[in-house]
Design a binder for this molecule. Sequence first.
Ligand SMILES: Cc1cc2nc3c(=O)[nH]c(=O)nc-3n(C[C@H](O)[C@H](O)[C@H](O)COP(=O)(O)O)c2cc1C
Length: 203
Amino acid sequence: MKKYITERRSVRNFDENHRLSETKILEFLDVASRAPSSMNLQPWNFVVANTPETKAKMKEAMRGNFLQFDTASAIILVLNDKLAYTNAEEIYASAFKLGLMPSEVVERQSMFAKTLENADPNNYKASNFYDIGLFSMNLLTLAKANGLDTSVMRGYDAGKMLEIVEMDPKRYEIVSIIAIGLAKEDGFPTYRVPAAKKTKFLK
Ligand SMILES: Cc1cc2nc3c(=O)[nH]c(=O)nc-3n(C[C@H](O)[C@H](O)[C@H](O)COP(=O)(O)O)c2cc1C
């Protein structure tokens, strides 16, 4: 694990002939979705372009990052579902059916989920973005462990992008775009501030 985490770098030039099938991409997304999330509400949603034709549609909303965009095997739009709490019942009912959650916990969790409707929007958004960050890091590490590379991108016209991919902006917002593919050129090394400089141990 340490190897995959430390060897991952943002790759900005991929082998444009490398393809990723829907099945493989769904497998990656399913595995990465094992990430923890607040109340297990899994607020992530995705729009994927994995052909030159579908990527070309999305490109109109990009404001840079063209090399990684053009050469990646797949572009994954990672979306926050602003109404993720409305999925609570379905999630908990599925867990119940699978024998993973007793009925009293289903009830309790469903009640908590309902309160999110009136939650402070900033707190709720921060919580969802935190969950989606955990998901995203899983995806990056998983890709690395499968011989692939990634880069996270911001720098797009969010409104235009949602319009192009026909996702309702009232419900969804873009958290980031993840390019995934087979590296043609290594990512460059970057510096990290030592944890010791950022950490206080209580004595
Ligand atoms: C939310 C987010 C947005 C980013 N946006 C871009 C981007 O638009 N273009 C780009 O080239 N790199 C982008 N990066 C990559 C960072 O520059 C990179 O992760 C950082 O410099 C550390 O390098 P490494 O990923 O190779 O370890 C982004 C990373 C994150 C997490």
